[in-house]
Write a protein that binds this ligand. Structure first.
Ligand code: F6R
Length: 599
């Protein structure tokens, strides 16, 4: 969700900012911009479309203080005017998040805003609060705001500083040899600085470069509000906080942007990430073996939550836990957090999140903590907010996932959840030894005929039972999000209770059949669909199920418990191949961004 990068220091910073934006582009790519300042003024360019559009502007600038942004629209269409940075008078701002009371604040402004954004309203409010100290102006403006934010503000009154603030939105400060950086994501800082500092929730930070004649070194000052207080009040009672710098975490492999596609031997990052699944599951198995968990069998009720793909992993977990006889509720994080849930005594909240920064999932963790419920996060990012806030963490080792659509992270989430399910009931943990080679075989599955059949279709069903239903939902989501083909993941047995009416000649029905116990029911469902004209596609390791298909996709034969981890791979491949056949971009699907840090 939007990317922020800023710098103040001794060097011209256009190149740093552009490099940072390229790395953050996976977070939002509908517009981009940068603003630089000196005592002579603020120089800004922002444009609809990809980061590339502001490249030559950034690389030309010689200023040593600047902020930049890549956007995923929340308020106002993606266009040049709504793009960030916003500039008003002597001030410029970049913002991730949502100012919820922007309309009330807008009505109090003396000068009308030029854009439709809540962010520009915040900037005008900062300008109105300015009385000579930029940090105080930002602080006073934020006391009037409710919502969430990560912001960076510059002013030509103070060309040697950047003021940043965060509430419920990630922000990281980095210290390099020649200056100080701020970014919404640590990826942006790799290669640029050696140490980082993570400002606490509800805090303000001032980054100041040394004015050679006055000071020796850069200064970072910060003040914190009352953590977790909503509304404006949190910022008012501020106090200084301890600014502990820590080394920049080592990331597992190439940071976004990944090397150019040509050099990695794939047409798209998504394809490369699918091919990486065998490595990812092998590293995740190692990571799980080192897990440090609480005494789980004592837990009486388990809640599993996440969003999108991560939630689908929770659905698979639910079936596994039910089979083990353990009470479990799996609910999307956005629903869980807004449903006034009262967690029973002795519950555990399991939150699944690749990025560890998804706003709804973080809110669910905070809700559980506010009721003294133990929280365990399954995440791919060790330094993420979720990893820091939850009581316990299991780390997947999928490596950086750049393509917007999740792939390898899902396979690893399933592993972690199956591992956790066994731990919850005191059973032996699954044996993942053969999983990497089985995944290799699944990556090789031939999906050519399936893609041909789906090309030009306007809708489809993905069906499954129990764990296969979780995989059907995930496959349907992949196809929806990158192929723009409406597809619904559905429990097979439900079809006849209404949705069967959608089936007509040539309507694609894709079934996942990896569990022997489901064979009979799935065969019936496929026959019912076929007798109404459906074109059937079946993913299975069982010949008996494949025999029902117009298009069979053979899965590798493995222990049934591991099959969902394998079955999703050909679905990910179908999505990417279909997307390419439609001449769409799997890495940058419309309207989407990786890591949804707004609510
Ligand atoms: C789909 C996808 C999203 C994410 C969801 C949660 O391909 O990527 O549905 O799974 O936004 O993201 P994380 O796991 O980062 O919390």
């Amino acid at each position: 969700m939007c990317g922020i990068v800023g710098y103040t220091g001794k060097s011209p910073c256009g190149g740093f900012l552009y490099e940072g934006l390229k790395r953050l582009e996976y977070r939002g790519y509908d517009s981009a911009g940068a603003a630089f300042c000196t005592t002579e003024g603020i120089f800004c360019q922002k444009k609809r479309g990809k980061v590339q559009n502001v490249r030559s502007f950034c690389l030309r600038r010689r200023e040593t203080t600047g902020i930049a942004h890549t956007r995923w629209a929340t308020h106002g269409k993606p266009n040049d005017l709504n793009a960030h940075p916003h500039v008003f008078g002597h001030f410029a701002l970049v913002h991730n998040g949502i100012v919820e009371n922007a309309e009330a604040l807008r009505s109090q402004l003396l000068t009308p805003c030029r854009s439709e954004t809540d962010s520009e309203v915040l900037l005008h409010t900062i300008a109105a609060c300015y009385e000579g100290d930029l940090l105080q102006a930002v602080r006073n403006a934020l006391t009037q705001c409710s919502g969430s934010w990560a912001i960076a503000v510059i002013s030509d009154y103070h060309p040697e500083e950047i003021v940043c603030a965060r509430r419920q939105s990630p922000l990281v400060v980095g210290k390099g040899k020649n200056g100080i950086f701020v970014a919404s994501d640590v990826y942006a800082l790799h290669g640029l600085c050696e140490q980082i500092f993570l400002p606490p929730e509800d805090s303000l930070v001032r980054l100041r470069r040394p004015a050679a004649e006055r000071e020796e070194a850069e200064r970072i000052e910060g003040i914190a509000g009352d953590t977790g207080v909503t509304g404006g009040a949190g910022i008012a009672g501020v106090e200084a906080f301890d600014m502990q710098l820590s080394p920049l975490p080592v990331l597992p492999q190439a940071m976004p942007p990944m090397p150019p596609i040509q050099s990695i031997g794939h047409r798209t990052h998504m394809e490369a990430e699918i091919e990486e699944i065998p490595r990812a599951v092998s590293d995740t198995a190692r990571s799980l073996a080192q897990a440090n968990l609480p005494d789980l069998p004592k837990v009486q009720a388990v809640f599993a939550t996440g969003c999108g793909t991560a939630f689908h992993a929770c659905v698979a977990f639910r079936y596994r836990m039910q089979r083990y006889g353990k009470p479990i509720i799996a609910e999307q994080a956005g629903e869980l957090r807004s449903g006034c849930v009262r967690f029973p005594k002795n519950s555990l909240l399991v939150a699944v999140t690749q990025s560890g920064e998804t706003a709804d999932t973080l809110a669910a963790i905070r809700l559980a903590k506010s009721q003294n419920v133990q929280t365990l996060v399954i995440t791919n990012v060790r330094h993420s907010s979720a990893a820091r806030e939850a009581d316990f963490a299991l780390f997947t080792e999928a490596g950086t996932e750049t393509a917007v659509a999740a792939t390898k992270s899902f396979n690893c989430q399933l592993m972690a959840l199956y591992f956790l399910a066994a731990k919850c009931v005191g059973r032996p943990v699954p044996d993942f030894t053969d999983l990497p080679s089985l995944c290799e075989a699944a990556v090789e599955a031939d999906v050519t005929q399936a893609v041909k059949k789906l090309y030009k279709k306007r809708g489809m069903f993905c069906l499954g039972q129990n764990a296969d239903y979780a995989i059907a939902r995930e496959g349907a989501l992949k196809i929806k999000e990158i192929c723009y083909l409406f597809s619904e993941g559905y429990p097979a047995a439900e079809l006849k209770h209404g949705s069967l009416s959608l089936i007509e000649s040539g309507f694609p029905v894709l079934a996942i059949v990896t569990q022997k116990s489901a064979l009979k029911k799935m065969k019936n469902t496929l026959r019912e669909a076929k007798s109404r004209g459906a074109t059937t596609l079946v993913l299975s390791q069982y010949r008996e199920a494949l025999a029902e298909a117009d298009v069979p996709v053979l899965l590798p034969m493995a222990e049934e418990d591991l099959m969902p981890i394998l079955a999703v791979i050909p679905l990910q491949k179908i999505a990417v191949e279909l997307c390419l056949k439609k001449k769409l971009s799997p890495d940058y699907p419309r309207n989407l961004a990786k890591s949804v840090t707004v609510e």
